[in-house]
Structure formats: structure tokens, C-alpha cells
Design a protein around this ligand. Sequence first.
Ligand SMILES: *Cc1c(COP(=O)(O)O)cnc(C)c1O
Length: 372
Amino acid sequence: MSDSVPYLLTPGPLTTSATVKQAMLRDWGSRDGRFIDLNAGIRARLVRLAGGSADSHAAVPVQGSGTFAVEAMIGTLVPRAGRLLVLVNGAYGTRMVRIAEVAGRSVAALETAEDQPVSPASLAEALDADPAITHVAVVHCETTSGILNPIEAVAEVVRSRGRALLIDAMSAFGALPLDMAALGAVAVAASSNKCLEGVPGMGFVIARRDALEAAKGNAHSLSLDLHDQWRGFEANAQWRFTPPTHVVAAFAQALDEHEAEGGVEGRGARYRANAAILIDGMRALGFETLLPGHLQAPIIVTFRMPADPAFVFAEFYDRLRERGFVIYPGKLTVADSFRIGCIGRLGAEEMTAAIAAIRATLSEMGVASGAP
Ligand SMILES: *Cc1c(COP(=O)(O)O)cnc(C)c1O
């Protein structure tokens, strides 16, 4: 296997810039004034990115991967006597159900097929039928398939029925617009290593201050107690427990680069261009996408497995890795498939090179067409 560093065409961790990696080449004391300033800057920027305001919202970083942040959000903001309804159309929705179960919360799932968006109309019926539901959780872009869920319409239903909305925006945050104040969302969870192009090791939740305030004593876990973590940051601007210092430093650099690229609009435009090169290039080779264009988020694309018997996914994967591109297996139940991401520090040049590598690999393998 080649030793060269491949491009990561995956849902994360992702390819990062050299400057983001360089930002990790120093040590920080966790109580150092400059490190404290770095954290304060990050927290303020995350609130703005989520469409919150400093008076009414706060960003609370959490050590760990994105799931830690989602677990902290659900375990802290859903009271022990609350009931959560999760809109499920993929593995990340299912994971939120599991998180609620482990935390001992009353939970229900409203499921849609993996190739269908979640349904605001069914949500309205479910909320009207079950007054015990206090909170609703939804995934913005369900990375399992790459589908974009209609969070505005979901938020409208939740708001009109007086329930609280929690959003897992992990794979969309920083690339797709999200205005939590306009949506009336109580909290949004995401992480350092997806569309914000930092390195892995830190999640975060942006939440309404009144919800954080009211959540004292809710959490089932000490390290994932978002209220306590928030109190810590507000009291002395420090992390309660050892911070992922190098990850934080890289994340501050990544946020600078996000801003320099034009923020959500600029980043989203690059990813849309990446997705277009990927989808057009793959279709020209005969491949078919799982999703029609209007449901496809420009984050990760699911392709149906080719029918040609010469196509063996494990071999395709290894050969592409040799050529410098890492792709991702599928995890759908509705169709045999694989995924290719278009997020991370990649542009037109890399996406075009990826298509050329796929074309060359198919021809090496003797695959005439990618058609399913
Ligand atoms: C990546 C991701 C997560 C978090 O996954 P981790 O592996 O814990 O970082 C959660 N939800 C969605 C939609 C994701 O894409």
C-alpha cells in the first residue's frame, strides 16, 4: 500500500489544510491566558455561525467526537421526565434514539425510508397524538445517505405545537445555512472535523441560554453534563477537564479559513461545485445516485452498486486508495451502495482527479459501466 497521504472523500475525518495542521505544532497550557482567549473567540464565532445571538445563546464545546456532543445535548436538555421524538431516516437518527434509551429517557422514533426526507406532516400528526412529547430531534443532513432533511418545515411544526427542537447539524454545519433563532431551535450540535475543516476531537452544542439554565441536574453523566460544562466556561472561561488543546488551536485556524472563504456561503459554494463535478463525472461512467437532485445535499453522495460482475467493491476501494483517494462503504438497508464525500479541503482539481482515478480503476478492473 502506498505511503502517500490520500485525499479523504469520506464523511469525516476529512482532509484538512496544511495551515490547520501546522496550528497544532505547539503546546498550550490549559490555563494560559492566550488559550483562554482562543476558546472565548471560538465560542463567540460558533454562536454567530448558528444564527444565535450573544445575549440569548451560548456555544458549549465538548471533548470527544460529534456523538459526544449529541449525547450531551440530549442527556442534558431533555429532562428526566421529558419525552423525546426522534425523526429517523438513517443511522444518525437511530443513534439519537439509542442515546436517549441509554440515558433512560422516554423516547419514540418516527421513521421514514433512508431515501426519503423526514415528513413534517407525519410529525404534526405524531405531536398531536402524543401530548407527552416535550422535545423533537432531527438530523439536518443525514450522512447515511446524504439526504437533506427539511428542517425549516420541521421547525415550523415543532414551534407551532409548543415543543422544543434539537438539531444534529453535524455534517452540514458551516456549509449549509442554518439560523437557529429563525427556526426557534433550542439547540444545535456539530463538531470540529466536518464542514468547518478542523481536526477531530471536539464537538459543540449551541443552545439557548434559558434552556441551559433550566437544565441543571438533568444530565445522567458528569462528563457529558452540558449545563455544568457551560457553567464552567461562563465562570472562568476554562474547560472543566483536560481540553483537547491542539484540536482547539487547529479549530481556531480552521474558523479563520472558513471566514476567509466567505463563511457558510463560500464554503457551501465550493462543496456544491465539488458535488456537481462528482455527480456529473460518475453519471458519465454509468453510475446512478441513490437520491434525485432536489434531495441531495452537497456533502456526501450515495451511488448504487454497479451490476457488472467484474465490479468488486473491496477491490475498487483498495485500487482507489493506491491512487490516493479514500472513499466510503454504504450503510443503507434500502440499496446496496457506496458513498463518496465532497467535503473537506478539496476543490475542483481534486474532484476532477478523483473522477479520473475512478475511470482508470474501472478500466483496470475490466468494468464496462458503473450502471446498477
Ligand atoms: C459525523 C456525524 C455524527 C457524529 O459522528 P462521530 O463519529 O461521533 O463524530 C453525528 N451525526 C451526523 C449526521 C454525522 O454526520
